[in-house]
Design a protein around this ligand. Structure first.
Ligand SMILES: Nc1ncnc2c1ncn2[C@@H]1O[C@H](COP(=O)(O)OP(=O)(O)OP(=O)(O)O)[C@@H](O)[C@H]1O
Ligand SMILES: O=C(O)CCCC[C@@H]1SC[C@@H]2NC(=O)N[C@@H]21
Length: 257
C-alpha cells in the first residue's frame, strides 16, 4: 500500500508480512525499554496468522486490505467500562465507511456490516491493572479491494464489491485513526458518564437489525427477538416473541443471518 510515514498522523510501522499485527504490536510494547506512544500503528500487507474473535482466523488476500493494530493506554477508564473502547473504535470505522454507503451498521458487539455482510472485524485485547485498563490493543481488518473470498467466511464483502472501484487504503487508515482520536480525547477530557451516554446513543443508532423481529440462537436453540438496548457493560438486551427479556454477554448469543 506504500504508506507514507511522513504524511501519516501517528507513529507507523508498515510491514510486508507478519504473523498478526496484534501480536507484533504487543511484542513491540513488551520488548521496548520506553512506552510506545499512544496511537502507534502497525499495518501489514499480509498476515500469516491473522486472529479473529473466538479463535477464528482472519482471511485477507495479500496487498488488498487494511490489516492494522494500534495501542492506547486508557488508564483513566475503569475496567468495568472497557466496552466503551469497542464502541468508539466501531463508531469511527462505521462513520468512515459510511462515506460510501448509508447501509453500514455495527453488528453487536463490534463487527461492521454492509447490509447482511461483514466488511470489517475488530479484535480488542485489553490488559487490566487492578480495576483499571493499562493497555488496549485494537486490531482491525477491513476488506477493501479484495474481490474473492474463501468459502469458510460465510458473508464477507469488500468496499470494492460495494462501490465497484478500488480504494486508497492509506487514506482510509489515517481517517479512521483520526476519528478514533477525536472520540478518545473527548472520553479523556469530559465527564466520563456524560460522554459515554452520547457515545452509547450514537452506537445504539448505528446498530445492525436495530428494528424489528430477527432470528437469534443461544444455547437453547433458535428464537425470534427484537433488540431492546445494549447496556454500558456491553450486554445485549433482547425481547423475545413472548415479551420475555433476555440478556447476553459476548459469545452467549449469535445472530442467525
Ligand atoms: N475477511 C473476512 N471478512 C469477513 N469475515 C471473515 C473474514 N475473515 C474471516 N472471517 C470469518 O468469518 C466468520 C464469520 O464472522 P461473523 O462474526 O459474522 O460470525 P461469527 O464469528 O460466528 O459471529 P456471530 O456468531 O456473532 O454471527 C468469522 O469466523 C470471521 O472471523
Ligand atoms: O473475528 C473478527 O471479527 C475480528 C477480526 C480482526 C482481524 C484483525 S486483522 C488486523 C488485526 N490482527 C489480527 O491478527 N487480527 C486483527
Amino acid at each position: 500500500m506504500r504508506p507514507c510515514p511522513d504524511r501519516f498522523p501517528f507513529p507507523l510501522v508498515a510491514l510486508d508480512e507478519t504473523d498478526s499485527t496484534n501480536q507484533y504490536i504487543s511484542r513491540l510494547c513488551n520488548e521496548s525499554q520506553e512506552a510506545i506512544a499512544e496511537f502507534t500503528t502497525v499495518v501489514a500487507e499480509f498476515q500469516t496468522a491473522g486472529k479473529g474473535q473466538r479463535g477464528n482466523t482472519w482471511e485477507a488476500e495479500e496487498g488488498k486490505n487494511l490489516l492494522f493494530s494500534f495501542v492506547l493506554y486508557p488508564t483513566f477508564l475503569e475496567a468495568r467500562r472497557q466496552f466503551i473502547l469497542s464502541q468508539i473504535v466501531s463508531l469511527a470505522i462505521k462513520e468512515e465507511l459510511s462515506r460510501w454507503s448509508d447501509e453500514i451498521t455495527i453488528k453487536w458487539p463490534n463487527d461492521i456490516y454492509w447490509k447482511d455482510r461483514k466488511i470489517c472485524g475488530i479484535l480488542i485485547e485489553n490488559d487490566l491493572a487492578g480495576h483499571n485498563i493499562a493497555r488496549t490493543i485494537s486490531g482491525i481488518g477491513i476488506n477493501i479491494n479484495q474481490e474473492l473470498f474463501r468459502s469458510d467466511a460465510p458473508n464477507p464483502v469488500s468496499l470494492k464489491q460495494i462501490t465497484g472501484k478500488e480504494h486508497d487504503r492509506h487514506t482510509i487508515l489515517a481517517h479512521i485513526l483520526r476519528r478514533v482520536e477525536i472520540y478518545y480525547n473527548s472520553l479523556r477530557m469530559e465527564d466520563p458518564d456524560a460522554y459515554s451516554s452520547e457515545i452509547a446513543a450514537r452506537y445504539a443508532r448505528s446498530l445492525y437489525r436495530r428494528r424489528g423481529l430477527h432470528p437469534y440462537e443461544d444455547a437453547n436453540g433458535k428464537f425470534l427477538a427484537r433488540l431492546l438496548r445494549v447496556e454500558q457493560d456491553g450486554r445485549l438486551i433482547l425481547e423475545d416473541e413472548s415479551g420475555q427479556e433476555r440478556q447476553y454477554l459476548f459469545k452467549e448469543v449469535q445472530y442467525v443471518i
